[in-house]
Design a protein around this ligand. Sequence first.
Ligand SMILES: C[S@@+](CC[C@H](N)C(=O)[O-])C[C@H]1O[C@@H](n2cnc3c(N)ncnc32)[C@H](O)[C@@H]1O
Length: 325
Amino acid sequence: MDARHVPVLLAETLGLLRVAPGDRILDATVGLGGHSEAILESVGGEAWLVGLDRDQAALDIAGERLARFGDRVRLVQSRYSRFAEVLEELGVEAVDAVILDAGVSSLQLDDPARGFSFLADGDLDMRMGGATEGEAPAVTLLNKASYQRLREIIRDYGEDPQAGRIARAIVAAREKRPITRTLELAAIVEAAYPARWRATARQHPATRTFQAIRMAVNAELAELEAFLERIPDYLRPGGRVAVIAFHSLEDRLVKRAFRREATGCICPREQMSCVCGHVARLRILTKKPIIPGEAEVAENPRSRSAKLRAAVRFEPDVEREGGRP
Ligand SMILES: C[S@@+](CC[C@H](N)C(=O)[O-])C[C@H]1O[C@@H](n2cnc3c(N)ncnc32)[C@H](O)[C@@H]1O
């Protein structure tokens, strides 16, 4: 199989999720179906899986790949912040295992027409769900957002030290005519980079800007935050959740959400006795995030920045986590 289609941190994810025959599984980002297929295979097909993706093109491919599991698989086009509504519509109250493999797929990156790539010419769209979700495409953001907003997006999501110069160059270029094509944006960003940075850069100067714009267009952090807030409510006791993040801001959200749910009282330190009533529901399974080994990175460079964290919902009466009184 094409290395770009190989699921990231697969063995590690399977080891943490410990799916058993009869389990109900939620794959929040089914993508090309790689993780789903391996999870179902690991229990001889004896499990039931709901797979979500906001990208219908991905679901079509996953549908073919998972067809042999028949009606044990339900694929639904949805953003994962709405997973609870989808489960409720399917009459599923809770699940035993959840996988979320965030970010962009090779399918999206490789299709110039979708506008994710700075290496091939296409319209600046970058919506993972295409036009179906009513979100504005990248072209709108690039031509309408203020200098300030563009600078923040490129600095925070792209972690690009040249964010100010790039945002200024975008604003100057669009004053002449709207920026509509991927290669146009790539050239504007490249020209905004100081020559000595261009000469020493290990990646194309537009890499970080494209990532940043994509994250903003798809509200990726807000999506993840909404998912993390609700997922413990939908895990059965003993149910496990695994999240693979590709960006430090994503990983920080996962770390904080798991920590919060693994803590009893979350009152401010100065509070003498608990007034929040917060009860721990998760136990963290990964003290530190699991990252791919050298062999996986060599085989699949996309895995380079992956970080996997997992947690398990408490079994009542088996494990207890005390808060302050
Ligand atoms: C890295 S790929 C998943 C690959 C998959 N695990 C596999 O093994 O084939 C990420 C997928 O998540 C989808 N996605 C990203 N953000 C999403 C969101 N907020 N809601 C639903 N799907 C999302 C993308 O469309 C993409 O198909």
